[in-house]
Design a protein around this ligand. Structure first.
Ligand code: 5GP
Length: 192
Protein backbone atom coordinates (compact mmCIF):
# COMPACT_ATOMS: atom_id res chain seq x y z
CA UNK A 1 0.00 0.00 0.00
CA UNK A 2 1.04 3.63 -0.16
CA UNK A 3 2.94 5.14 2.72
CA UNK A 4 0.72 7.95 3.98
CA UNK A 5 3.42 9.23 6.36
CA UNK A 6 5.66 10.18 3.46
CA UNK A 7 5.02 12.22 0.35
CA UNK A 8 5.08 10.07 -2.79
CA UNK A 9 7.53 10.37 -5.67
CA UNK A 10 6.61 11.93 -8.99
CA UNK A 11 7.51 9.75 -12.00
CA UNK A 12 7.63 10.96 -15.58
CA UNK A 13 6.99 8.00 -17.84
CA UNK A 14 7.31 8.28 -21.63
CA UNK A 15 7.83 6.17 -24.70
CA UNK A 16 6.95 6.29 -28.36
CA UNK A 17 3.39 5.60 -29.47
CA UNK A 18 2.89 1.83 -29.84
CA UNK A 19 5.84 0.88 -27.61
CA UNK A 20 3.51 -0.82 -25.11
CA UNK A 21 3.89 1.69 -22.27
CA UNK A 22 0.15 1.54 -21.51
CA UNK A 23 0.28 -2.26 -21.14
CA UNK A 24 3.30 -2.01 -18.86
CA UNK A 25 1.53 0.69 -16.85
CA UNK A 26 -1.56 -1.50 -16.34
CA UNK A 27 0.61 -4.25 -14.89
CA UNK A 28 2.55 -1.81 -12.71
CA UNK A 29 -0.56 -0.58 -10.89
CA UNK A 30 -1.72 -4.18 -10.40
CA UNK A 31 1.62 -5.22 -8.96
CA UNK A 32 2.48 -2.22 -6.78
CA UNK A 33 -0.35 -0.54 -4.88
CA UNK A 34 1.83 2.50 -4.11
CA UNK A 35 1.74 3.38 -7.83
CA UNK A 36 -1.05 5.41 -9.34
CA UNK A 37 -1.44 6.85 -12.81
CA UNK A 38 -2.43 10.45 -13.33
CA UNK A 39 -5.46 10.82 -15.62
CA UNK A 40 -4.75 13.51 -18.23
CA UNK A 41 -7.17 15.78 -20.00
CA UNK A 42 -7.18 15.62 -23.79
CA UNK A 43 -9.00 17.11 -26.76
CA UNK A 44 -8.45 13.85 -28.72
CA UNK A 45 -11.52 11.78 -29.62
CA UNK A 46 -11.94 8.69 -27.41
CA UNK A 47 -10.85 5.39 -28.99
CA UNK A 48 -13.17 2.43 -28.77
CA UNK A 49 -13.30 1.17 -25.19
CA UNK A 50 -11.79 4.30 -23.65
CA UNK A 51 -13.73 5.61 -20.65
CA UNK A 52 -13.99 9.25 -19.58
CA UNK A 53 -12.25 9.74 -16.24
CA UNK A 54 -10.43 6.40 -16.47
CA UNK A 55 -8.21 6.62 -19.55
CA UNK A 56 -8.51 10.38 -20.03
CA UNK A 57 -10.76 13.28 -19.25
CA UNK A 58 -12.07 13.91 -22.76
CA UNK A 59 -12.71 17.64 -23.07
CA UNK A 60 -13.48 20.20 -25.76
CA UNK A 61 -10.88 22.72 -26.90
CA UNK A 62 -12.80 25.42 -24.97
CA UNK A 63 -12.74 23.39 -21.75
CA UNK A 64 -9.03 22.75 -22.23
CA UNK A 65 -8.34 26.46 -22.74
CA UNK A 66 -10.31 27.25 -19.60
CA UNK A 67 -8.14 24.81 -17.60
CA UNK A 68 -5.02 26.56 -18.98
CA UNK A 69 -6.42 29.96 -17.95
CA UNK A 70 -7.23 28.63 -14.46
CA UNK A 71 -3.63 27.39 -14.08
CA UNK A 72 -5.03 23.88 -13.75
CA UNK A 73 -2.18 22.03 -15.49
CA UNK A 74 1.26 20.95 -14.25
CA UNK A 75 2.16 20.86 -17.94
CA UNK A 76 0.39 20.58 -21.25
CA UNK A 77 1.46 20.00 -24.83
CA UNK A 78 0.14 19.31 -28.30
CA UNK A 79 0.77 15.91 -29.82
CA UNK A 80 -0.27 15.03 -33.37
CA UNK A 81 -2.75 17.94 -33.48
CA UNK A 82 -4.42 17.27 -30.12
CA UNK A 83 -3.95 18.87 -26.71
CA UNK A 84 -2.94 16.83 -23.66
CA UNK A 85 -2.45 18.12 -20.11
CA UNK A 86 -1.73 16.89 -16.58
CA UNK A 87 -4.28 18.16 -14.04
CA UNK A 88 -2.30 19.76 -11.20
CA UNK A 89 -4.67 19.36 -8.25
CA UNK A 90 -5.29 15.61 -8.62
CA UNK A 91 -1.56 14.86 -8.84
CA UNK A 92 -0.73 17.04 -5.83
CA UNK A 93 -3.41 15.28 -3.77
CA UNK A 94 -2.14 11.80 -4.64
CA UNK A 95 1.47 12.74 -3.88
CA UNK A 96 0.40 14.19 -0.51
CA UNK A 97 -1.40 10.90 0.22
CA UNK A 98 1.90 9.06 -0.29
CA UNK A 99 1.26 7.59 -3.74
CA UNK A 100 4.00 7.31 -6.33
CA UNK A 101 2.33 9.12 -9.19
CA UNK A 102 3.17 8.25 -12.80
CA UNK A 103 2.67 10.84 -15.53
CA UNK A 104 2.42 8.96 -18.82
CA UNK A 105 3.25 11.88 -21.09
CA UNK A 106 5.04 12.73 -24.32
CA UNK A 107 8.52 14.25 -24.30
CA UNK A 108 7.76 18.00 -24.58
CA UNK A 109 5.57 17.82 -21.49
CA UNK A 110 8.10 15.54 -19.83
CA UNK A 111 10.94 18.02 -20.39
CA UNK A 112 8.78 20.74 -18.78
CA UNK A 113 8.11 18.57 -15.74
CA UNK A 114 11.80 17.58 -15.41
CA UNK A 115 12.69 21.28 -15.39
CA UNK A 116 9.92 22.40 -13.02
CA UNK A 117 10.11 19.43 -10.63
CA UNK A 118 13.80 18.48 -10.43
CA UNK A 119 13.09 15.78 -7.82
CA UNK A 120 10.97 13.78 -10.25
CA UNK A 121 12.26 10.49 -11.64
CA UNK A 122 12.02 10.02 -15.39
CA UNK A 123 11.70 6.72 -17.26
CA UNK A 124 11.61 6.24 -21.04
CA UNK A 125 10.36 2.99 -22.60
CA UNK A 126 12.21 2.05 -25.79
CA UNK A 127 11.11 -0.44 -28.46
CA UNK A 128 13.58 -3.26 -29.27
CA UNK A 129 13.79 -1.70 -32.76
CA UNK A 130 12.05 0.93 -34.87
CA UNK A 131 10.65 -1.83 -37.13
CA UNK A 132 8.98 -3.51 -34.12
CA UNK A 133 7.40 -0.19 -33.21
CA UNK A 134 5.96 0.28 -36.71
CA UNK A 135 4.61 -3.28 -36.70
CA UNK A 136 2.96 -2.85 -33.28
CA UNK A 137 1.40 0.46 -34.26
CA UNK A 138 -0.09 -1.08 -37.41
CA UNK A 139 -1.34 -4.18 -35.58
CA UNK A 140 -3.14 -1.97 -33.05
CA UNK A 141 -5.29 -0.77 -35.96
CA UNK A 142 -6.55 2.35 -34.15
CA UNK A 143 -5.09 5.04 -36.45
CA UNK A 144 -5.34 5.96 -40.12
CA UNK A 145 -2.27 5.58 -42.38
CA UNK A 146 -1.61 9.32 -42.13
CA UNK A 147 -1.89 9.22 -38.34
CA UNK A 148 0.46 6.23 -38.21
CA UNK A 149 3.07 8.07 -40.30
CA UNK A 150 2.71 11.13 -38.12
CA UNK A 151 3.13 9.04 -34.95
CA UNK A 152 6.19 7.24 -36.38
CA UNK A 153 7.88 10.54 -37.25
CA UNK A 154 7.12 11.83 -33.76
CA UNK A 155 8.43 8.55 -32.29
CA UNK A 156 11.74 8.97 -34.11
CA UNK A 157 12.17 12.47 -32.66
CA UNK A 158 11.14 11.28 -29.19
CA UNK A 159 13.54 8.33 -29.11
CA UNK A 160 16.41 10.75 -29.81
CA UNK A 161 15.43 12.68 -26.66
CA UNK A 162 15.32 9.57 -24.45
CA UNK A 163 18.87 10.33 -23.29
CA UNK A 164 17.66 13.14 -21.02
CA UNK A 165 15.63 10.65 -18.96
CA UNK A 166 17.06 9.17 -15.75
CA UNK A 167 16.28 5.60 -16.85
CA UNK A 168 15.49 3.76 -20.09
CA UNK A 169 13.71 0.41 -20.21
CA UNK A 170 13.54 -1.72 -23.37
CA UNK A 171 10.17 -3.38 -23.96
CA UNK A 172 11.34 -6.55 -25.65
CA UNK A 173 9.72 -8.87 -23.16
CA UNK A 174 6.68 -7.42 -21.34
CA UNK A 175 7.22 -9.17 -17.98
CA UNK A 176 10.89 -8.19 -17.94
CA UNK A 177 10.01 -4.55 -18.73
CA UNK A 178 7.47 -4.51 -15.87
CA UNK A 179 10.09 -5.94 -13.48
CA UNK A 180 12.61 -3.34 -14.65
CA UNK A 181 10.25 -0.45 -13.90
CA UNK A 182 9.26 -1.96 -10.51
CA UNK A 183 12.96 -2.22 -9.60
CA UNK A 184 13.45 1.45 -10.46
CA UNK A 185 10.49 2.41 -8.24
CA UNK A 186 11.92 0.33 -5.36
CA UNK A 187 15.40 1.74 -5.86
CA UNK A 188 14.37 5.39 -5.83
CA UNK A 189 11.72 5.15 -3.12
CA UNK A 190 13.83 2.85 -0.96
CA UNK A 191 10.89 0.49 -0.40
CA UNK A 192 10.61 -3.30 -0.77
P1 5GP B 1 -2.51 8.79 -27.09
O1 5GP B 1 -3.26 9.64 -28.05
O2 5GP B 1 -1.83 7.64 -27.79
O3 5GP B 1 -3.34 8.34 -25.91
O4 5GP B 1 -1.36 9.70 -26.47
C1 5GP B 1 -0.47 10.39 -27.30
C2 5GP B 1 0.72 10.85 -26.50
O5 5GP B 1 0.30 11.85 -25.56
C3 5GP B 1 1.36 9.73 -25.67
O6 5GP B 1 2.78 9.85 -25.81
C4 5GP B 1 0.93 10.03 -24.26
O7 5GP B 1 1.87 9.57 -23.31
C5 5GP B 1 0.90 11.57 -24.31
N1 5GP B 1 0.11 12.15 -23.23
C6 5GP B 1 -0.96 11.66 -22.58
N2 5GP B 1 -1.36 12.49 -21.62
C7 5GP B 1 -0.52 13.54 -21.62
C8 5GP B 1 -0.39 14.75 -20.85
O8 5GP B 1 -1.14 15.02 -19.92
N3 5GP B 1 0.60 15.60 -21.18
C9 5GP B 1 1.47 15.35 -22.20
N4 5GP B 1 2.43 16.26 -22.42
N5 5GP B 1 1.40 14.25 -22.95
C10 5GP B 1 0.42 13.35 -22.67
Amino acid sequence: MCDTAKRGTLFVYSGASGVGKGTIMKKLVERDKSICLSVSATTREPREGEINGVHYWFVSREEFDKMIDDDGFMEYATYCNNYYGTPKKAVEEKLAQGFNVFLEIEVKGALNIIEKYPDCVSIFVLPPSFETLEKRLRLRNTETEEQIRNRLETAMREIKLSEVYDYTVVNDDLDKAVEDVLSIVKEVTGKE
